[in-house]
Structures are given as structure tokens and as C-alpha cells.
Ligand binder design. Structure first.
Ligand SMILES: CC(C)(COP(=O)(O)OP(=O)(O)OC[C@H]1O[C@@H](n2cnc3c(N)ncnc32)[C@H](O)[C@@H]1OP(=O)(O)O)[C@@H](O)C(=O)NCCC(=O)NCCS
Length: 140
């Protein structure tokens, strides 16, 4: 687990985010980013020079952090990489005194987050007209 540092590393980091979270729904390159990238902490998992997992966390307030854009390359899912990325993100904000973490989980990932101590607090938005999201929270 490491933070992308170089331009090349960030390129591969965003490439995987786009490939896993935007491309299957025909969303253009660039749609995988938002206006908070610069103030966020980014974590990626890699094997040799291939990025196989990504995740991001940012602050909504002093007390609240938000995890976004978690994705693990298809052939690597279910092997613990997502869990390690999530732990690394949580560790970064816990050190800075955050009280709780929120996220909007895709329906298919709710079980993953539950295993890591998150609970559903509300029904959230529908992405691209078809991917139901659930607002989840974990108190630290
Ligand atoms: C969700 C995702 C990031 C999880 O990463 P991963 O590397 O596959 O997860 P891990 O292997 O670390 O799984 C950790 C635990 O959660 C469980 N788990 C993973 N996905 C699950 C699911 N959909 N439902 C229930 N449990 C799940 C695993 O069984 C594992 O439990 P264990 O440690 O007791 O065996 C990954 O599957 C993914 O990229 N999915 C597609 C993109 C996506 O939906 N991203 C989330 C956007 S909110």
C-alpha cells in the first residue's frame, strides 16, 4: 500500500479508477475525478508496475472524513487488497483526530464495508440511473 507520488503513478491510479468505476457505464475519461482530488489522501496497491487497487479519503469537517472511489482490478478482487486499502485510508484520518467516516457504497459493495465495521444509515443516490448507493458510517 502506498500513496501515488509521481505523475506516472497518478496516471495509473486514475486509469484504474476510470476503468472500474466509469468505463463500464460509458463515462468519458475525466469523469472519474472531482474537485477535491488535490486535498485528498490517495492510496494504491501495486504489483511490479501495475496498479491493482485504489481508494481515496478526504475531510468533510474536523470530525468527519469520507471514503470515495474504492476499486480493485477484476482478477485481484476477493484477495484482501480492498480491505488493506480501506485500513490504510482509515489510518491516515484516524491519526488526524477524525471521529467518524462516511461513504456512499454501491449496492454490490455494502457487504464489504459491513465486514469492515460500517453500517447503513440511509438510502443514497442512484448513479447513472441504475447503481443504487447506500450511505454508510463507521465511528472510530
Ligand atoms: C468492493 C471492492 C473494492 C472490495 O475489494 P476486494 O479486494 O475485492 O475486497 P477484500 O478481498 O479485501 O474483501 C474483504 C472482505 O469483504 C468481503 N467482501 C468483499 N466483497 C463483498 C461483497 N460484495 N459482499 C460481501 N462481502 C464482500 C470479502 O469476502 C472479505 O471478507 P473476508 O476477509 O472475511 O474474507 C472490490 O470488490 C471492487 O473493486 N468492486 C468493484 C468496484 C466497486 O464496487 N467499488 C466500490 C464502490 S463504493
Amino acid at each position: 500500500m502506498c500513496e501515488p507520488q509521481t505523475e506516472k503513478e497518478f496516471e495509473k491510479y486514475y486509469e484504474l479508477r476510470w476503468k472500474m468505476l466509469r468505463k463500464p457505464w460509458n463515462q468519458p475519461k475525466g469523469s472519474e475525478k472531482d474537485e477535491r482530488e488535490g486535498e485528498s489522501t490517495h492510496i494504491m496497491a501495486r504489483t511490479d508496475d501495475k496498479v491493482v487497487g485504489v481508494g481515496r479519503v478526504h475531510f468533510n469537517s474536523i470530525a468527519e472524513a469520507q471514503v470515495r472511489y474504492m476499486a480493485v482490478e477484476e482478477g485481484y478482487q476477493g484477495g484482501g487488497i480492498g480491505g488493506l486499502i480501506l485500513k490504510a485510508l482509515e489510518g491516515r484520518v484516524e491519526k488526524k483526530g477524525v471521529k467518524y467516516i462516511v461513504l456512499d457504497a454501491r449496492e454490490n459493495a455494502v457487504g464489504f464495508y459491513k465486514k469492515h465495521g460500517y453500517r447503513i444509515i440511509a438510502k443514497s443516490y442512484l448513479l447513472f440511473g441504475c447503481i443504487q448507493h447506500w450511505k454508510m458510517r463507521k465511528d472510530l
